[in-house]
Design a protein around this ligand. Sequence first.
Ligand SMILES: Cc1cc2nc3c(=O)[nH]c(=O)nc-3n(C[C@H](O)[C@H](O)[C@H](O)COP(=O)(O)O)c2cc1C
Length: 186
Amino acid sequence: MTQPLTILGIAGSLRKASFNRYALAAARQLAPEGVTVETFDIAPIPLYNQDEDANPPAAVTELKARVKAADAVLFATPEYNYSIPGVLKNAIDWASRPYGDSAWDSKPVAVMGASPGAFGTARAQYHLRQCFVFLNMYQLNRPEVMIGSAPSKFDAQGNLTDETSRKLIRQLLEGLAAWTRRLQQG
Ligand SMILES: Cc1cc2nc3c(=O)[nH]c(=O)nc-3n(C[C@H](O)[C@H](O)[C@H](O)COP(=O)(O)O)c2cc1C
């Protein structure tokens, strides 16, 4: 029997009809047996202020607890101006502090993203992967899940209808689960 795993999904968009939120919803459905994908909404997190490190807002305390409790993290990032949205970086920064108490440290992590553009957030994903290095997160390299031309891949209700993207997300989750179990075995 393999150990059940919990993956915490975080979308880098606050938009209700966000393709990246929809992609995470698809990941919840596509999770392999023994894997549960939960989500955390970063909308209530205020702007980072280092003066508040010792007394963070409740939403940040909750984010840190949820990340620490999860076996792994899955980011679904939009691409803003060839990088990750400020709201996502802001949440990452909060949960990395105070120095010495980062929630991200040693966490297995995977990334995916959806965009109406052709490159499916490729550039943003590489900026996010750079953050993982300093955060000492253990990133899954493959598959790279870049959902380009997103409006043609989701239906009006936000369901991911594109079979190739569904297959890639399934492979991403299987890969993240295997990677997490390998790291947990030491
Ligand atoms: C400020 C801003 C900058 C953007 N820059 C890019 C970009 O560099 N590359 C890209 O593919 N799309 C860009 N877009 C379009 C987003 O990919 C699109 O709004 C997408 O739907 C956002 O993700 P979401 O649906 O999860 O909210 C940008 C959108 C905004 C609002």
